[in-house]
Design a protein around this ligand. Structure first.
Ligand SMILES: *Cc1c(COP(=O)(O)O)cnc(C)c1O
Ligand code: SF4
Length: 341
């Protein structure tokens, strides 16, 4: 066998792993030794938002357990077909916050750029599962317009690359985007919001850390892990590589019924994150997007879980429990606004 160049080999391997993700409900059930009776419902719900899960993530699930907390995050269910009052397509007011196609400016000093609609995994509870990504696909003209609009904000200190998941893009594409951001003279920080290192740790390859390491701004990577069992040794190693490229590592989780609505599990997640070099940042109440009502943890129960964390952990390992309200100037600490169960 001929050994390809180092960069090329790394590049190829994550693209291949991503392309080989499981997308067929029957296959997922077979891999986990689960009852095929779950398949018709999964196929129905997957018509609206497809199943997608990398094989390395499937390998962390418990075989034969339909209630596995990792499986629950990715397996389409009949419950998604249910209409629930209060749940809609754009629960957090993303569309009203667009200052240019793909640029969401909700808070002072920072703006969020939708870099792609693609992700390495499809999370059933995703708050952007109904987002009209094709309308904002970052063509060269749209990227120029986005940078124009960012440049017009004199207070802007931080740009957040989001999506979808920015690490679903090739590194060369990320480099084009950050080259464009070089025009923003007031920019101090670049942040990535990404779940990819958790579900596809091989994505954190040498070209990616080279790119990250050479950026002229402070770098923050906000990971998205929800359960301690997601932090496999490969994920911990990927976090180490991100930190080695100079990134501050934080994590945001979503509080999800049947996944992590347990103070011991959440405490274990915080400990595992810290062991991987990441601090817990936010614990989000579910955003009420259509088809996700079965994941909701009532706010009163969420506050009790959060209290449980305060009682178990040092303060720096307790994430802020927040919810997002359309039109507000920040994520809101849960409980500030009388929003109750
Ligand atoms: C959540 C979010 C941010 C980041 O908020 P922080 O409190 O800084 O983490 C920025 N912009 C938008 C549009 C967001 O939804
Ligand atoms: S990785 Fe994030 S954006 Fe992508 S499906 Fe999951 S929650 Fe949604």
């Amino acid at each position: 066998m001929i050994a390809p160049a180092r960069g090329a080999r790394h590049f190829e391997s994550w693209r291949h792993a991503l392309a080989a993700a499981v997308t067929d409900p029957d296959e997922l059930l077979a891999l986990l030794g689960l009852d095929r009776a779950l398949a018709p419902a999964a196929r129905r719900a997957a018509r609206r938002f497809g199943l997608k899960v990398p094989r390395g993530y499937v390998a962390r699930m418990r075989r034969g357990d339909p209630a596995d907390p990792l499986l629950r995050q990715v397996l389409p269910l009949d419950e998604e077909e249910r209409d629930t009052p209060g749940f809609g397509a754009d629960p957090v007011g993303d569309l009203a916050a667009a200052t240019a196609p793909g640029v969401l400016t909700k808070y002072r000093g920072r703006a969020l750029l939708i870099t792609t609609g693609a992700c390495a995994v499809h999370c059933r509870y995703c708050f952007r599962r109904e987002f009209p990504y094709p309308d904002v696909a970052l063509t060269p003209a749209r990227l120029a317009a986005a940078i124009e609009s960012l440049a017009a904000d004199p207070e802007l200190k931080e740009v957040i690359l989001s999506g979808g998941d920015p690490l679903a893009l090739p590194t060369a594409r990320l480099a084009e985007i950050t080259a464009g951001l070089g025009r923003l003279t007031g920019l101090e920080r670049l942040r990535l919001h990404t779940r990819t290192p958790i579900v596809l740790p091989e994505r954190v390859d040498a070209p990616l850390t080279d790119w990250l390491g050479q950026l002229p701004w402070r770098r923050i990577v906000v990971l998205h892990a929800n359960h301690p069992r997601e932090l496999s040794p490969e994920v911990v190693a990927a976090c180490g590589r991100l930190a080695g490229a100079g990134a501050t590592l934080l994590n945001q989780s979503v509080l999800l019924a049947g996944v992590n609505d347990d103070a011991d599990v959440l405490a274990e997640l915080s400990e595992a994150l810290f062991a991987a070099g990441a601090l817990p940042y936010y614990l989000h109440l579910l955003d009420r997007v259509s088809g996700t009502a079965h994941f909701e943890v009532p706010a009163a129960r969420a506050r009790a879980l959060h209290r449980g964390l305060l009682e178990r952990l040092p303060g720096y390992l307790v994430p802020r429990l927040v919810r997002e309200a359309p039109g507000s100037a920040s994520k809101l600490p849960a409980g500030w606004d009388g929003h109750s169960a």
